[in-house]
Design a binder for this molecule. Structure first.
Ligand code: G3H
Ligand code: ZN
Length: 278
């Protein structure tokens, strides 16, 4: 079947009080592993390509999205395609042309008024193309935007932001940060509940790799719906490759160690899919 729409997966998850996992893919093996995990668990999933991942592929989204779209078409489980943390309008247009049903436009490092203006303009364009929009409300100058550990999203400001921009979902800052390799993040569950009460749109948790399983479950119960996970896959991938190369220093065929990496990512993704689905 064709790729699912992110809006449908997120809307259904929110209505049933569950979460839907969205995994960042960097290589085709990431996408293969995530789709295999979705098949093993029978759970829907979002495959997302970030601007940073696109830059790794010489700024091109088409090759990896074509592979992800083929995987989505050939599986019985719903798989949606999404662009993550995009600041470039050219990249947004390329992703939409390549078939993503949703985009995250990230103007979170801009001053509030500039973020509102840019996000409202992009949202109007995306909606005219039938594309669902995620945005982020962040802090000026923070390297990690809204996702530095000390940053918190204010519920009243978030409500004003979503009303002014027309976005379909919002990434909010609740205490964790991106690219954590230890699962030691402390998230503010009370703030998640207040954001859920203040906003009509689904909430997105970024930087979920650093959040322990029980807190991911609590975050979903408190009101998070789309749960973004990247680093956890890369930890599994790299550990498997490292182990394989150390075990067999004579290996030259990349299929030997990439098969291990893909298998390790499948195990990690299946576990997190189940955690997030509740
Ligand atoms: O944009 C990336 C996602 O928020 C995942 O973050 O790599 O810390 O899990 P993570
Ligand atoms: Zn993120």
């Amino acid at each position: 079947m064709p790729a699912a729409a992110t809006s449908a997966l997120v809307t259904a998850a929110r209505a049933s009080g569950r979460g839907v996992a969205a995994f960042n893919v960097i290589t085709l093996e990431h996408a293969e592993a995530v789709v295999a995990a979705a098949e093993h668990t029978g759970l829907p999933v979002v495959l997302q390509l970030s601007e940073n991942a696109a830059l790794f592929h010489a700024g091109r989204v088409e090759p990896l999205l074509a592979g992800a779209a083929a995987l989505a078409r050939d599986t019985p489980v719903p798989v949606a395609l999404h662009l993550d943390h995009v600041t470039s309008e050219d990249l947004l247009r390329a992703g939409v042309a390549a078939g993503v049903s949703s985009v995250m436009f990230d103007a979170s490092t801009l001053p509030y008024e500039d973020n509102v203006r840019a996000t409202a303009r992009i949202t109007a364009w995306a909606h005219s193309s039938g594309v669902w929009v995620e945005a982020e409300l962040g802090e000026v100058g923070g390297k990690d935007g809204a996702h530095a550990p000390g940053v918190r999203t204010d519920p009243a400001e978030a409500a004003a932001f979503t009303a002014a921009t027309g976005v379909d979902s919002l990434a909010v800052a609740v205490g964790n940060s991106h690219a954590m390799t230890e699962r030691t993040a402390r998230i503010d569950l009370d703030l998640i509940a207040r954001l859920r009460a203040a906003l009509d749109v689904p909430l997105v948790l970024h930087g979920s790799s650093g959040v322990p399983d029980d807190d991911l479950r609590r975050a979903v119960t408190a009101g998070m719906t789309k749960i973004n996970i990247g680093t956890a896959l890369n930890i599994a991938y790299t550990a498997a490759v490292r182990d394989r190369l150390i075990t067999d220093p004579s290996v030259v065929d990349p299929r030997r160690y990439l098969a291990s990496a893909r298998e390790a990512m499948t195990t990690t993704a299946a576990h997190l899919l189940r955690v997030v689905a509740g």
